[in-house]
Each structure stands twice: as structure tokens, then as C-alpha cells.
Design a protein around this ligand. Structure first.
Ligand code: NDP
Length: 234
């Protein structure tokens, strides 16, 4: 049965691959973008996840066109890496506000209609950095670890209502975000990956689509790594 899917930050990178995966499976797909919309395959709505009003307007636009959001993929995220002593409070707060609070805002907006429909899937895109930490990413890792506690608490709240809440924790995935890493940082990370290579956005998309599927209805509060073994044991 086709479902209505909303992917935040679905105009590029991992979010775009996730949106394409759902489209390929026959779902009704909407994406949010902040800067540039993707080409016309999906309903694209402008939305900065740090602004509750834009989130409300984006959901209203999706509901009007495609119906209530049944699958929410909270993917929009940023990094502002630097060592702790060079990190200003705004840089900490901005990353938490986008990655963690942005996900909370979207889930909160989606939830009433999922509860009414007695079916829903929420998937938060976290990171291996949230599980094992990463130098220079105190803000980012805190935001991504926070998603785990948030998802597991919400999973407990809504588990009897046909709604699952899960987390994917990608490792090093080839996107604009990791293209910005220096050559040395990238090769240090690569050397640690048992699979010996970076992942592709499609690797993450496939796992997200599985978690959102009918057959994963008994999987909730899970943290699923998609990292070539990088985070094993965490
Ligand atoms: P990109 O930098 O390629 O894309 C980031 C996406 O988030 C863009 O769509 C961007 O929109 C959107 N975005 C950023 N800030 C906001 C905001 N305030 N409001 C709305 N949208 C926003 O990153 P990736 O595709 O690599 O990352 C996607 C997710 O996966 C992120 O949450 C990231 O933390 C996570 N992740 C990535 C890993 C990797 O190795 N690449 C590893 C682990 C996790 P716009 O284009 O309009 O700026």
C-alpha cells in the first residue's frame, strides 16, 4: 500500500537517496529543502527545521497535496566541527537546534495524525559519532546521541499505537558533508572501517526504507548501524 513519506533535507545526499528509494517503492514522497529544491520528482517544500513555523507550513503543504505524513524521516543535519576549546556556545547550540531539536519539532508535528491513523513510522538519521564520539564533534555527537534517547523514549510512548520510532546510525558516507573533510581526516576514518570503504547514500536509504516498511512493525527503539563495521561494540 503506498504511504505518504516526508524526508527532511531530501534535496541532496543521504536524504535524496532516501526519497528516491521510497519513490521507487511506489510511495507518495515529499522532501524538504532549505537552499535549492531537487529536480521535480517529488513534492518539494522549503523548510528550515530550526523554525517551527516553517515546519508547520511544510507539513500543511504536504498534507494538502499528499495526505497526512505516515512515514517521517528526520534527516536534515549540519556539522560545525572544531576542538572543544575553540567551539563557541553558538556553534554548540546551532548544531543541537538543527539536528536534535529540529528532529523533535518534526516528530511532534507528525505525531497527532499518526496517532489518529494508528500507524506511523519515524526514523531519525543519527550517526556513528553519536555512539562512539568523534574528535572535533562535541556538538554534533551530542546532537546525534540525543536522538537515540529521544527515539527510544518516544518509541515507548507510542508503541501500542502502531507507530515505530527507530534510528539509523550511518558511518562515513560519501556526500557533500564528508567531501568537506580534509584528506587526512578522511583517510584516518577510512583506515578504521572494517569494510575498507566509505558507504553510499543508497546503503542508508535501503535500511531506512526497510525500517519504515510494514514488515518491520515489530522493530522499535532500535539503533541500526550502516557503517561498514566502524561503530561495532558501541
Ligand atoms: P549533506 O550536507 O549532503 O545534506 C544535509 C541536508 O540537510 C541538506 O538537505 C540540507 O539542506 C539539510 N539541512 C541542513 N540544515 C538544515 C536546516 N536548518 N533546515 C532544513 N534542512 C537543513 O549531508 P548528508 O546527506 O551527508 O547528511 C544527511 C544526514 O545524515 C545528516 O543528518 C547527517 O548528520 C547524517 N550523517 C551523515 C554522514 C555522512 O558521512 N555523510 C554520517 C552519519 C550521519 P540544504 O541543501 O538546503 O542546505
Amino acid at each position: 500500500m503506498p504511504r505518504t513519506v516526508l524526508v527532511t533535507g531530501g534535496n541532496r545526499g543521504i536524504g535524496l537517496a532516501i526519497a528516491e528509494e521510497f519513490l521507487g517503492r511506489g510511495d507518495r514522497v515529499a522532501v524538504t529543502y532549505r537552499s535549492e529544491p531537487p529536480d521535480g520528482k517529488f513534492l518539494a517544500v522549503r523548510c528550515d527545521v530550526s523554525d517551527p513555523e516553517q515546519i508547520d507550513a511544510a507539513f500543511a503543504a504536504v498534507e494538502a497535496e499528499l495526505g497526512p505524513v505516515e512515514i517521517l524521516v528526520s534527516n536534515a543535519g549540519i556539522t560545525e566541527d572544531r576542538p572543544m576549546l575553540r567551539m563557541q556556545e553558538e556553534q554548540f547550540s546551532r548544531v543541537i537546534d538543527t539536528n536534535l531539536t529540529g528532529g523533535w519539532r518534526c516528530a511532534r508535528r507528525a505525531l497527532p495524525k499518526m496517532l489518529r491513523g494508528r500507524w506511523g513510522r519515524i526514523v531519525f538519521v543519527s550517526s556513528v559519532a553519536g555512539l562512539r564520539g568523534n574528535q572535533g564533534q562535541v556538538n554534533y555527537a551530542a546532537s546525534k546521541a540525543g536522538m537515540v534517547g529521544m527515539a527510544r523514549s518516544l518509541a515507548r510512548e507510542v508503541a501500542t499505537s502502531g507507530i515505530t520510532v527507530n534510528v539509523v546510525a550511518p558511518g562515513l558516507i560519501e556526500t557533500d558533508m564528508t567531501a568537506a573533510l580534509s584528506g587526512t581526516r578522511k583517510s584516518t576514518h577510512l583506515a578504521e572501517i572494517p569494510a575498507g570503504r566509505a558507504g553510499r547514500p543508497e546503503d542508508v536509504a535501503d535500511t531506512v526504507a526497510w525500517l519504515a516498511g510494514e514488515r518491520a512493525g515489530y522493530v522499535t527503539g532500535a539503533v541500526v548501524p550502516v557503517d561498514g563495521g566502524l561503530g561495532m561494540g558501541h
